[in-house]
Design a protein around this ligand. Structure first.
Ligand code: SF4
Ligand code: SF4
Length: 332
């Protein structure tokens, strides 16, 4: 018999670091373009899975000694390979028990119909803003679930100031995947506390001033969380290394640009057009497969957040959990 415990044990065996199960009814009120109940109308639960990003990959970006490994291993490999295997293996288990499993991996280069931003991690994003429903009563394709909302509903964590997921296990350093299923699993409670205390360290650390101060509160499963404006176009320029602290910039970088110093200081404001116009000048390292661009801001926002959460004692000590996993053979 398929139980929540069995699913969680199998997910950990297949490589998940965190697993939570959410009641699909908590998506009531969600916009159709993001509602998992419109992806699988018989859905009862959603399984949330997180894989950690090794902290060391981000720390060496901060220390300045290595930049490319975080892009290749911490972003592309986890999102494009490891979580995909995890999703497919777990889906097989669910379907062998007679239920349907609809795996949801990130769609990093697709922007939902109501999203006019971009994904700084990817070289080129396709916008669905012109998508139309194929029949009355149907949402416009593609329905893309909000991963932070789904993770909160699965009890995995709460939103950061810029709306990404924070967990007590890994802070901001994990990648997510989900399975929508009609299996009647026992659900966990949604995450109701906020790990973010609005300290502002993430915004202060960003070399491109991409995290603003405009309130953008979100409500997930009846719980309202405080988040702030996050300018994805601005982020995309500094993620690619427009700031003066990027050690890979040649001396003549933007030499003929009238706003060179404002750009390098993070004071210049980019929009979609101006961001795309400057991308060709920002090819400091090669892209990884599938168009993942190298991160040259060191994810300073996430690194600052991790340090802050650790200093406040809000992160779990993982040593006991790691030992237990080895004893149970979950960690090969
Ligand atoms: S620190 Fe980097 S990833 Fe974070 S908001 Fe700024 S540019 Fe974007
Ligand atoms: S650093 Fe972390 S805790 Fe502080 S405001 Fe940013 S997301 Fe919140």
């Amino acid at each position: 018999m398929l139980t929540s415990q069995l699913i969680k044990e199998a997910a950990r065996r297949y490589g998940a670091d965190l697993v939570g199960i959410g009641d699909i009814r908590h998506f009531a009120g969600t916009a159709p373009e993001h509602d998992p109940r419109l992806i699988l109308p018989t859905a009862r639960t959603i399984i949330g899975l997180a894989m950690r990003i090794p902290r060391g990959l981000n720390q060496v970006m901060q220390s300045g000694t290595q930049r490319y490994a975080a892009n290749y291993l911490g972003t592309k490999t986890i999102s494009e390979e490891l979580t995909v295997l995890l999703l497919l293996k777990l889906s097989r288990l669910i379907e062998d028990e007679g239920y349907e499993a609809c795996p949801q991996r990130t769609c990093p280069n697709i922007r939902a119909r109501d999203d006019d931003g971009t994904n700084p991690e990817i070289s080129e994003n396709i916008s669905l803003r012109h998508a139309i429903p194929v029949a009355p009563g149907k949402p416009a394709p593609d329905v893309l679930i909000d991963f932070t909302q789904a993770a909160v509903i699965c009890g995995l964590g709460s939103p950061s100031w810029r709306g990404q997921l924070l967990t007590t296990a890994f802070g901001p350093f994990q990648r997510l995947a989900f399975i929508i299923t009609n299996a009647p699993l026992e659900a966990d409670e949604p995450f109701t506390a906020s790990l973010c205390d609005q300290c502002g360290a993430c915004a202060a650390a960003c070399p491109g001033q991409a995290i603003g101060d405009k309130p953008m509160d979100v409500t997930y499963a009846g719980q309202t969380f405080t988040t702030r404006s996050y300018d994805r176009w601005q982020c995309s320029v500094y993620y690619r290394g427009a700031h003066r602290a990027n050690p890979l910039q040649p001396p003549d970088f933007l030499a003929d640009h009238p706003d060179r110093e404002a750009i390098r200081d993070g004071r210049y404001r980019f929009d979609e057009e101006s961001a795309k116009a400057i991308y060709p000048k920002l090819n400091f390292l090669p892209q990884a497969q599938y168009g993942y661009v190298a991160c040259l801001c060191g994810r300073a926002c996430d690194q600052a957040c991790y340090s802050h959460l650790k200093e406040k004692g809000l992160l779990e000590d993982r040593r006991a959990a790691a030992l237990q996993a080895i004893r149970e053979g979950v960690r090969p």
